[in-house]
Write a protein that binds this ligand. Structure first.
Ligand code: MG
Length: 257
């Protein structure tokens, strides 16, 4: 059903937009590690010759370590949702969850492609509502480091707005970023139309009318998310960034101290 080869092509597309990614990453990492290792530090001296002017950060498992277990808890919640809300056979769920994630960027996006008419708010509430957020603690060193970097700093996450706000608040990093590009940013019409669809269903139930119109655009529209080429094009447009001067920083880059 799912072709894993497409993921590698998706990832290739993703990085087409960042042709100097690896050299820029080396420069950035040098800045980060030097900054952490030697304090106080004049960041201007490390960034004066930098060829990049924007840092595009992933959030989960990037601003905090994978070892906290947030990712694991999130995956379990998604699988529970697939079993309890979507009535998918339990034995199929773990592989299906992973395959959809690899193929479409998020399991949610994959479920949508398969035809599940998800209530986005309900999905996000169930998946993130019981996460062990207490494990996220303020990170003053990372905060100081981020604030000392002169580049534009933008969060680009597939998660929803509420989860992003909670994570950044728990880490004490709310004011370290120019903005957050999240699920609602990339899927504004879908989110709004889905909300309207839900309102209409509620109204229909009250009125004893018919159920949702399965031909509405919201029912068929794909979810836009990383790492698709379209999502990168959208971010470039939304943030007005120059991809040749942008470094994408994603999973597992938590700075060790
Ligand atoms: Mg991540």
């Amino acid at each position: 059903m799912l072709k894993t080869k497409r993921q590698s092509s998706l990832t290739r597309d993703y990085y087409k937009h960042f042709p100097t990614f690896f050299s820029q990453m080396v420069s950035l990492l040098t800045c980060l590690f030097v900054a952490v290792a030697s304090k106080p530090v004049n960041m201007e001296s490390y960034t004066a010759g930098a060829k990049f002017d924007c840092l595009l950060f992933d959030m989960d498992d990037t601003l905090y370590p994978l070892s906290l277990g947030i990712n694991l808890a999130c995956r379990k919640n998604i699988q529970d949702y697939m079993i309890s809300k979507l009535q998918i056979e339990e034995s199929l769920v773990p592989k299906m969850c992973l395959d959809l994630y690899k193929e479409y960027g998020t399991t949610m996006a994959g479920l949508k492609v398969l035809g599940y008419d998800l209530d986005y708010d309900d999905f996000h509430a169930c998946v993130h509502g019981t996460l062990p957020y207490e494990k996220l603690k303020p990170d003053p060193v990372l905060r100081q480091l981020l604030l000392s970097l002169p580049q534009r700093k933008i969060i680009f996450t597939n998660s929803d707005k509420a989860h992003a706000a909670t994570v950044l608040k728990k880490l004490g990093l709310e004011d370290c970023f120019e903005g957050v590009i999240c699920f609602e940013t990339l899927n504004p019409s879908s989110a709004e139309e889905h909300g309207q669809e839900r309102d209409r269903e509620d109204s229909d139930e009250t009125d004893g009318g018919s159920s949702a119109d399965s031909d509405s655009p919201a029912c068929h529209k794909r979810i836009l998310c990383k790492p698709s080429l379209e999502s990168m094009e959208a971010v470039i447009e939304i943030a007005k960034l120059d991809p040749k001067k942008t470094v994408s920083i994603r999973n597992h880059l938590h700075v060790r101290r």
